[in-house]
Design a binder for this molecule. Structure first.
Ligand code: CU
Length: 113
């Protein structure tokens, strides 16, 4: 993966954050990028529709993290991305196994279209 591509992804994520309401933490359906920064997943809780590809973006300098949940697991990485497409509705909790308390949840709901 090229640096330019990563920067582009970060730019997209930044725009998404800016456009959101200050009334956190509930994220709107369709926002499908999670940033790994400061040993946190941001947003930690996200709701997506089925068949949505969620992208985790590493942005924490030299600090290693991974994304491990029920049915999906990334490598231990310091940069780059990891993607997983959720096809079944449900609540998917995940963690970084390297940092206690670094955890998040993806809630998958049926497509409404
Ligand atoms: Cu971590």
């Amino acid at each position: 993966m090229t640096r330019t591509f990563i920067i582009a992804l970060l730019a997209i994520a930044t725009v998404a954050c800016v456009s959101e309401s200050d009334q956190q933490p509930q994220q709107p359906v369709g926002d499908n990028a999670v940033t790994l920064n400061n040993s946190r997943f941001t947003p930690a809780d996200m709701t997506v529709e089925t068949d949505t590809e969620v992208t985790w973006i590493w942005d924490d300098g030299s600090v290693s993290h991974n994304v491990v949940g029920d049915g999906f697991a990334s490598d231990i990485q310091t940069e780059g991305t990891f993607t997983h497409t959720f096809t079944e509705p449900g609540t998917y909790e995940y963690v970084c196994t390297l940092h206690r308390g670094m955890e998040g949840t993806i809630t998958v709901v049926e497509q409404t279209s």
